[in-house]
Design a protein. Structure first.
Length: 298
């Protein structure tokens, strides 16, 4: 399966913070924001990743992440000249996807929770077995801001609506999507919405109407954060710091994920440690290498 991180947009809701830098390069506690969505794809076992950004920001991501070898992945870059909708990512990335299945995560989304990796692997399996698409639902207090899923009495998804005036539930679709290869063709045939964008909700609706959309609810024990405002940036930083302080494990540590997956060697992690050893991030990597945490390697 291929992976796409959509890290475009102008971030106007975060001005003046984002006037000269991409929102997805802002810090969330001790890591750039883009580390978190990238960690989701890596935890799903995805190693071939396309980062789509604006023409001015793409070189900055490349400077930060290079070709991904230090994380045991292969990164390529593409630009979205103007913000014409999330579904446009599958048109921009059509050659990259080829005849493979694909997962897309939004560059400003953070996911955390015990058992998340198992859910991600199941979503990959679902797409690769030809069963269609998987999206993740999450309870929100302000459903009029999101794509909202309606369920029947058996808990089966029966409709999806983008930013509804009269929401039919409080469950929104988060910024993480797993699709079979048909998504490219569906995206190419989409018509722009009233806001002039190719909506990912319209893509999901196609799968729903064909009976091929699996909506996985992220319930108790899971956290999803969408970091699009000043308030949510602070909330995300506080959440990550609190979780890491209490659990003594990092969220979104790419070197750790790569090492535990067997994608990079101990020596490669030590090189990163040498650069970062004066701070707690570097010390954490050393603890991982010293086997302080009980994880099954490879």
């Amino acid at each position: 399966m291929k992976g796409i991180i959509l890290a475009g947009g102008s971030g106007t809701r975060l001005y003046p913070l984002t006037m000269v830098t991409s929102k997805q390069l802002l810090p969330i506690y001790d890591k750039p924001m883009i580390y978190y969505p990238m960690s989701v794809l890596m935890n799903a076992g995805i190693r071939d990743i396309l980062i789509i950004s604006t023409p001015q920001d793409a070189p900055r991501f490349e400077e930060l992440l290079e070709d991904g070898h230090q994380f045991g992945v292969h990164l390529t870059y593409a630009v979205q000249p103007s913000p014409d909708g999330l579904a446009q990512a599958f048109i921009i990335g059509a050659d990259f996807i080829g005849d493979d299945t694909v997962a897309m995560v939004l560059g400003d989304n953070i996911f955390a929770g015990h058992g998340l990796k198992k859910r991600l692997k199941a979503a990959v399996q679902n797409a690769e077995s030809g069963a269609g698409a998987t999206v993740f639902g999450y309870y929100v207090d302000d459903p009029e801001r999101f794509g909202i899923v309606e369920f029947d009495h058996e808990g089966k998804a029966i409709s999806i609506e983008e930013k509804p005036e009269h929401p039919k539930s409080n469950y929104c679709v988060t910024g993480l999507y797993f699709y079979d290869n048909k998504v490219v063709e569906y995206a190419k045939n989409l018509k722009p919405s009233a806001r002039g964008e190719l909506e990912v909700t319209d893509l999901n609706r196609i799968y729903l109407e064909k009976g091929n959309l699996n909506v996985e609810l992220l319930g108790q024990g899971f956290t999803w954060l969408d970091t699009g405002t000043h308030e949510s940036l602070v909330e995300a930083t506080n959440f990550v710091k609190t979780m890491e302080d209490h659990q003594h494990r990092k969220i979104g540590c790419l070197e750790e994920i790569a090492y535990l997956n067997g994608w990079i060697t101990k020596d490669e992690v030590l090189k990163v440690y040498e650069v970062l050893k004066k701070n707690q991030y570097g010390q954490y990597l050393k603890d991982v290498l010293d086997g302080k945490f009980l994880d099954v390697l490879h």
